[in-house]
Design a protein around this ligand. Structure first.
Ligand code: ANZ
Ligand code: ZN
Length: 842
């Protein structure tokens, strides 16, 4: 390290050790400072930190460091979301143990995070695969069971008949098992569920209080919960029975041209024909998620049964249709092709009528459809007694008449389903129940927790390793003492991330958390993470928090007061077709020249693709370790904050990181100047620079609090330029000192090194306070006054702000230019607007 060059390879590690030594970032629950809980979504220990993590954690880090400098007691923890499939896949593919693989990854990734200098309270670190953690989770699961929020029910799973295993939805690719390639079947198994639907109304209403969440995330949650008001009513069928359907658009009832039931519906199951049963079997092969059904080709089977329209008596054909879900509404629909796209596609395919019953105006009752359904608002047409009504009025009218006929009633339906948490896998939290022939399903006694995973497991045979383990599942029944078996399902890993933020805040050994400590820290003041978690993780975490509050274990209902979802780090892709296959190359393997790019290895061109999210599969990645080794942690951190607003994508560029590196060095050289400020010069003051410094300090603080990091960065560039240009003075020395603090949250290593090396202060920057702002310096204290005569500008004056009217008037009249213009004429009036203008009338 010289005065001209900052050397991160020496500085970074030294300051990281100094922070550890001083235990700078350990949160004290008993502190009486105001508390701030800053949290980023904890990572899955996949093996290496990727650049997206770096961006996410840098943002949280700047906020956490800043809050600490503002006198807050900050909790900024880190841990590992360590259960899940990839560890088991590694076990199957590489013959390693999921636990060992996970632990190794954690060790590596923790070292990576340390090299970036994050201000984390490592004393609270845990991994969800720690028996201590998942043991407490088992206890909570039993508490929820006691509270009636856990139950078992038969439900459908994806079954791989070759691997003899249950597959997660993501493991089913085009209807086939991802490993075996076998056609996936649907099977019914007894599974554990959490009653999230009990909280549907609360979870929906609670969104209203989350003012500091992105609008789009609240909307996504609202749609996921999916409260709809509609009508349930029955059709009389030609076979003598009746068929209840659910609709949210009763107003369109005269537009119904057929009726459809799900493949699992009793009406479908009851059709006694091979053809029908073959069709049903075909339906079962497809995916079951709403999204899959939405995109799959619409398929139907005409049952030959008809349904009588309740108002006009026409006979509507009843179809079995693949797009109707069994577990929504009643599993049967009245289909209105004119105004529902799915029905439109179906009717088009099977040549069914598509009547119009909603139009922009009554005059357009005969207007044909333009290739798609019209789901919008309008007036009702071609609908007998509803003609001319608004949609909402027509809905009410139909509900009233159907209720009067005793044929059905208005109903609220939720899209939200109970949460199936059973996974037939090894690497997860064992579900704490025991199956006894005599007593049934018995909760494991709390004193037997944690129920730990067996270490000696075999991954070479397909299926659930817990199920075929020779001894693990055999236990005595806690109730009758007879022979019994453990539940061999484990909990969905989303359970692990549904309460980890509570455990970070409070870690008693003998229980999951302490109520009073939770009250001190929660809700999380700022939660930061990816938009990919906008629905499930956030909804489940909100549900657990409410469920635990419902059980009287905590007092907070919403876990995350403010949520921020950061954009992605992107880069163009490089590829070439090799032996008929698209092959991608890393940016480091490529020379980028002008408009083109060539592979370093052979000098031949490669194709430049779009700028997209960095991902392993497209190889458009940069490795955080490599760039940190090259440029140091601070340049990388600075890059992560610069250029793009934090919610937008950030394109990675070599030029960008090099610019950051140069700025680090430029700051270093500026900091070095504090030592040779010149004693004489130090006596002078530079009012303009003072003002600039105070304004920047105040503005950067506001920017950081608003997470507008790119704006804070821009202001720091500006201030740096201003200091560089300023004459030597006491103000300039002070400005340099303050700048070194100001960059502390963003470039903490540089800030510490500069302070120590150039005697800018004694404490660690990490433990220092944010510079105080003099409000008087925030306002510019001089103003320019326009002086007008005969409606024209004659002169301007620069005067102290707030100068009284009579002084302004006197100054204006004293102006030579003004006197020349007045030219001895008599003054009729002088209008003075303080701080703005003086208007002289002669
Ligand atoms: C007639 C109709 C006319 C409908 C129209 C929509 C538009 P949301 O809003 O998501 O709650 N539906 C009802 N049960 C279904 C099931 N089990 N599987 C598939 N679709 C089902 O959706 C409610 C609408 O989805 C219902 O209203 C019904 O179609 C369909 F212009 O009835 B509607
Ligand atoms: Zn028993």
């Amino acid at each position: 390290m010289t005065e001209n060059r900052f050397d991160p390879s020496q500085a970074d590690g030294r300051w990281q050790a100094a922070w550890d030594e001083a235990r700078c970032f350990e949160a004290d629950s008993n502190s009486d400072k105001p508390k701030s809980y800053v949290l980023e979504m904890f990572p899955y220990p996949s093996g290496r930190i990727h650049i997206g993590h770096v961006r996410n954690y840098t943002m949280g880090d700047v906020l956490a460091r800043y809050k600490k400098m503002r006198g807050h007691e900050v909790l900024h923890p880190m841990g590992w979301d360590a259960f899940g499939m990839p560890a088991e896949n590694a076990a199957m593919e590489m013959g390693v143990h999921p636990g060992g693989w996970t632990r190794d990854n954690i060790t590596n990734m923790k070292a990576q995070l340390k090299r970036i200098g994050f201000a984390l309270d490592w004393s609270r670190e845990f991994a969800t695969c720690d028996p201590e953690y998942y043991g407490h989770e088992q206890a909570l699961f039993l508490d929820l069971y006691e509270a009636g929020l856990v139950y078992r029910k038969e439900s459908e799973v994806n079954w791989d008949p070759v691997d003899m295993t249950v597959l997660a939805n993501e493991q089913v690719i085009d209807g086939k098992g991802w490993r075996s390639g076998a056609e996936v079947e649907k099977r019914k198994l007894n599974q554990w569920f959490l009653k999230i639907t009990d909280f549907a109304e609360e979870l929906l209403d609670g969104l209203g209080s989350l003012k500091d969440w992105p609008e789009k995330v609240r909307l996504m949650q609202e749609n996921w919960i999916g409260k709809s008001k509609g009508l349930e009513f029955s059709f009389d069928l030609s076979n003598g029975s009746n068929l209840p359907v659910y609709t949210t658009r009763p107003d369109t009832i005269f537009g119904a041209s057929f009726v459809a039931v799900a493949a699992d519906h009793p009406v479908a199951q009851g059709i006694d024909s091979d053809e029908a049963q073959a069709f049903i079997a075909e339906c079962k092969k497809g995916g079951t998620t709403a999204a899959e059904l939405e995109t799959a080709e619409k398929l139907g089977f005409d049952t030959g049964i008809t349904a009588k329209h309740p108002f006009n008596g026409t006979d509507l054909p009843v179809y079995i249709a693949n797009f109707v879900l069994m577990d929504y509404g009643t599993g049967a629909i009245m289909a209105v092709p004119g105004h529902d796209q799915r029905d439109f596609d179906f009717a088009t395919k099977y040549g069914l009528p598509i009547p119009r019953v909603v139009a922009a105006s009554v005059e357009e009752a005969g207007k044909p459809f333009d290739g798609e359904a019209e789901a919008g608002d309008g007036v009702i047409v071609n609908s007998d007694f509803l003609d001319g009504m608004e949609v909402e009025d027509a809905k009410r009218e139909i509900i009233r008449r159907i209720e009067q006929q005793g044929r059905g009633e208005g109903k609220t339906v939720w899209r939200l389903r109970d949460w199936g948490v059973s996974r037939q896998r090894y690497w997860g939290t064992p579900i704490p129940f025991i199956h006894c022939q005599k007593c049934g399903v018995v909760p494991a006694p709390k004193q037997s927790l944690p129920i730990t995973l067996p270490e000696d497991v075999d991954f070479q045979t397909p299926g659930n390793p817990l199920l075929r383990h020779p001894s693990w599942k055999h236990v005595d029944c806690p109730s009758c003492g007879g022979k019994a078996e453990r539940e061999t399902d484990t909990l969905d890993t989303f359970t692990n991330s549904s309460w980890y933020f509570l455990r970070f805040a409070s870690q008693p050994p003998d229980k999951p958390f302490d109520r009073e400590e939770i009250a001190k820290w929660l809700p999380v003041e700022q939660y930061i993470g990816g938009i990919e978690h906008a629905i499930l993780h956030l909804l489940y975490a909100r549900f657990w928090t409410r469920a635990l509050a419902h059980c009287g274990m905590i007092d907070v209902k919403e876990p995350f007061a403010s949520l921020f979802t950061q954009g992605m780090v992107t880069h163009e892709t490089y590829s070439r077709v090799v032996e008929g296959r698209e092959t991608y190359f890393m940016p480091s393997e490529v020379d980028r020249t002008g408009d083109g790019a060539t592979l370093k290895e052979d000098g031949q061109p490669v194709e430049i693709g779009r700028v997209i999210k960095m991902s392993k599969s497209k190889k458009n990645v940069v490795d955080p370790d490599t760039i940190i080794a090259q440029y140091g942690a601070d340049a990388v951190r600075w890059f992560m904050l610069s250029d793009s607003p934090p919610e937008r994508d950030l394109p990675w560029s070599e030029a960008g990181i090099e610019g950051c590196w140069r700025f680090v060095q430029r700051l270093w050289r500026l900091f070095a100047q504090i030592g040779n400020g010149g004693a004489g010069a130090d006596a002078n003051h530079d009012k303009a620079l003072d003002r600039k410094v105070h304004q920047t300090v105040a503005a950067v603080a506001e920017d950081i609090e608003a997470l507008s990091f790119n704006k804070a960065v821009a202001r720091i560039y500006e201030l740096t330029g201003a200091i560089e240009k300023a004459e030597l003075s006491a103000s300039r020395s002070d400005a340099i000192r303050k700048l070194a603090i100001l960059v502390g949250p963003m470039m903490p290593h540089l800030a510490e090194e500069a302070r120590a090396r150039f005697n800018l202060g004694t404490k660690l920057v990490a433990q220092d306070s944010w510079p105080a702002v003099d409000p008087a310096l925030l306002v510019d204290d001089e103003v320019t006054i326009a002086i007008q005569h005969k409606g024209k500008l004659r002169d301007t004056l620069t005067v102290a702000k707030g100068l009284p009217k009579d002084e302004l008037e006197a100054l204006a009249l004293a102006s030579e230019k003004v006197q020349r213009s007045i030219d001895g004429a008599a003054l009729r009036k002088v209008i003075v607007v303080p701080d703005r203008l003086v208007n002289i009338v002669t």
